[in-house]
Design a protein around this ligand. Structure first.
Ligand code: EPZ
Length: 417
């Protein structure tokens, strides 16, 4: 499967932003804590969500779509293992570990897969669960975990890892007593997980700050939750319009969650107006270089927006330096962008982008989720036709990239080859 893009058209119009992938994945794992029916309203339909559904069904849960809503009944859960073939399909399969342990007192799974953006260890996840009393044996890539009685404790994360914070929160809900997670990740997805857990009857406080406190041992129940809009999908469309030029309004996009990205786009010359309902961006399509962009945990510049911001700046006036601090292999889109005439040099964690006069359409390959989306954004500004191959990476996180961009006036289509 590939995408064909005829570049050179400005983007204009309104879009409603899909529900957030990185919120819904831990929430799907959290559903099993309730032993009841949970409804996720406006759940995005994505490859990674399908993988979570396959895991839930394997565990014995009943899962069904009801229009845009997903219903998960975990009262019928009978298993505590996840087969390797499901674990390998995405990184987020590992957040099921904390939830299964809290519900069943044991779990059997293997190391997770996910985008190839660098080494992605799970040592912090395992150490947090061990602190709560889990006994975890690692053997030949498989994890055999038992925790007949999890006990609340103080967990200090050496890095504010998003996934490890989520796993600790999920397991702590099933632990007796109080758990304090220090140096917790502060991402909006952590806040949404806290909100969902509390809707199920849990007691979690502090998400959004670096200390999260969970009072465990409560009896949980089903709930209905509306999934919040995806800040990275919003960032992708803002950067796509910034680079191609035009005027777009993204309904549901939250300016508070995107303040650093919006400030860079403004610095580059875009005009931005935000209100409680969404964000409007206007761009001439010819941006200016900006001060160095250094990725860092929230509320810093998000690593997930690095590639799409680079795409926006490929034809800018001047030179912009990127420093990728989260993952060591997150410039895999660069050689693909170079095929389109982009002027980028990389060394280790640094990429230097000198604005090119023109980009030319070329056949390129999506190497990971956000890098793939960035190639589409580059194709929208390029003269001629860009073919983006291996689009399954993009489908892991965007429910309708082609439809959304076509609605904004892009010439983009799917090709079976
Ligand atoms: C989440 O991944 C996101 N995924 C990623 O989005 C995102 O890039 C990342 O957070 C950073 O913001 C989901 O939410 C599903 P981390 P996660 O644990 O939780 C190191 C996308 O495109 N680390 O916060 O896996 C790690 O190597 C995806 O949607 C350890 O050393 O990220 C990294 O350098 C890609 N040991 C840093 O921490 C551990 O046990 C942050 O990773 C865990 C992490």
């Amino acid at each position: 499967m590939s995408l064909m893009i005829e570049g050179g058209r400005r983007l204009s119009g309104d879009l409603t932003v899909q529900g957030a992938k990185n919120s819904v994945l831990p929430i799907l794992a959290a559903c099993i804590l309730s032993g009841d029916v949970c409804v996720l309203q406006r759940c995005p339909h994505l490859e990674d969500v399908d993988t979570s559904i396959d895991i839930l069904r394997h565990l014995g849960c009943a899962v069904r779509w009801n229009g845009p809503d997903l219903e998960v009944d975990s009262s019928t859960l009978t298993r505590w293992d996840i087969p390797d073939r499901l674990m390998r399909r995405m990184r987020s399969s590992v957040v099921f570990l904390g939830a299964i342990l809290a519900r069943c007192g044991q779990a059997e799974l293997s190391y997770p897969g996910g985008c190839a953006i660098g080494a992605r260890p799970i040592d912090l996840h395992l150490s947090a669960l061990r602190t709560l009393g889990a006994c975890i044996r690692e053997e030949g890539g498989s994890l055999d975990c038992t925790a007949p009685c999890l006990t609340g404790a103080e967990i200090v994360l050496s890095i504010p890892s998003v996934g490890a914070t989520e796993n600790a929160m999920l397991a702590a809900c099933g632990a007796e007593g109080v758990t304090v997670i220090s140096n917790a990740a502060r991402e909006p997805e952590i806040v949404e997980l806290q909100c969902f857990l509390n809707e199920m009857g849990a007691s979690v406080e502090g998400a959004g700050s670096s200390t999260v406190v969970v009072e465990g041992g409560r009896v949980l129940h089903g709930c209905s939750h509306r999934v919040r809009p995806d800040r990275m999908v919003a960032a992708t469309y803002l950067c796509a319009a910034a680079g191609a030029g035009g005027s777009v309004y993204l309904e549901g996009a939250d300016y508070r969650q995107l303040s650093v990205v919006l400030s860079v786009l403004q610095q580059a010359g875009c005009r931005i107006r935000s209100d409680e309902k969404g964000i409007r961006l206007r761009s001439s399509g010819r941006l200016s270089a900006v001060a160095p962009i250094r990725t860092s945990p929230y509320p810093g510049f998000p690593t997930d927006a690095q590639a799409v911001m680079m795409a926006a700046l490929l034809r800018s006036r001047g030179t912009t330096v990127f420093v990728e601090n989260l993952f060591e292999n997150r410039y895999r889109h660069v050689p693909q962008m170079q095929r389109m005439g982009a002027n980028i040099r990389t060394e280790g964690r640094v990429a230097v982008v000198c604005g090119a006069e023109e980009l030319r359409g070329a056949p390129v390959r999506a190497t990971d989720l956000r890098g793939g989306a960035a190639l589409v954004a580059a194709g929208l500004q390029a003269a001629g036709v860009t073919r983006v191959e291996e689009t399954h990476h993009i489908e892991r996180g965007y429910s309708d990239l082609v439809g959304d961009l076509a609605r904004l006036g892009a010439r983009i289509s799917r090709s079976e080859t």
